[in-house]
Design a protein around this ligand. Structure first.
Ligand SMILES: [Zn+2]
Length: 168
């Protein structure tokens, strides 16, 4: 259990992840803050929008850029309930976000501390300040419950459409 209250932004990201799960999406939520204020938020929407790139982080980055009227999100922090994948990590670098805060690590699909380790590559020209593990227990519990439920559904002979080999 987390010993301290979660930062409000991560609290909101975890709540958005729960909303995603209710909609049948892999539970990932993301929030972007500027000067401590939430300026954009999103949750996974790949199945609902038929867009394989509609990861919570990507959608939140688009909303924040639109709201601020600029393509670079200098000064902003992205809070997300799961370690970003390689695509989202690259988008975070392109958006010039100051900082990334994530909850659960993702050894299978992550691209920050695992896999491609995007920010460690010489081709990455912007490295945000990164801190993981904030609210990790709750985020990991959401993902575990989601995939257990999906497996139960599949065992009952329901459609296997949307089975995801990775967790984000
Ligand atoms: Zn992603």
């Amino acid at each position: 259990m987390t010993a301290f209250p979660l930062p409000p932004a991560m609290r909101r990201a975890l709540d958005l992840a729960a909303v995603a799960a209710e909609a049948g999406e892999v539970p990932v939520g993301a929030v972007i803050t500027l000067d401590g204020e939430i300026i954009a938020e999103a949750r996974n929407a790949m199945r609902g929008t038929l867009d394989p790139t509609a990861h919570a982080e990507i959608v939140a980055i688009r909303h924040a850029a639109t709201r601020l009227g600029r393509s670079r999100l200098d000064g902003c922090t992205l809070w997300v309930s799961l370690e970003p994948c390689a695509m989202c990590a690259a988008a975070i670098a392109l958006a010039r976000l100051d900082a990334l805060r994530f909850a659960a690590p993702d050894p299978k699909g992550g691209g920050v501390d695992h896999g491609a380790r995007i920010f460690a590559q010489p081709t990455c020209h912007h490295r945000p300040d990164v801190l993981g593990g904030i609210g990790e227990d709750e985020a990991a519990g959401q993902l575990k419950a989601f995939f257990q439920q999906r497996r139960r559904t599949n065992e009952k002979g329901a459609t296997r459409e949307g089975d995801a080999p990775i967790s984000c």
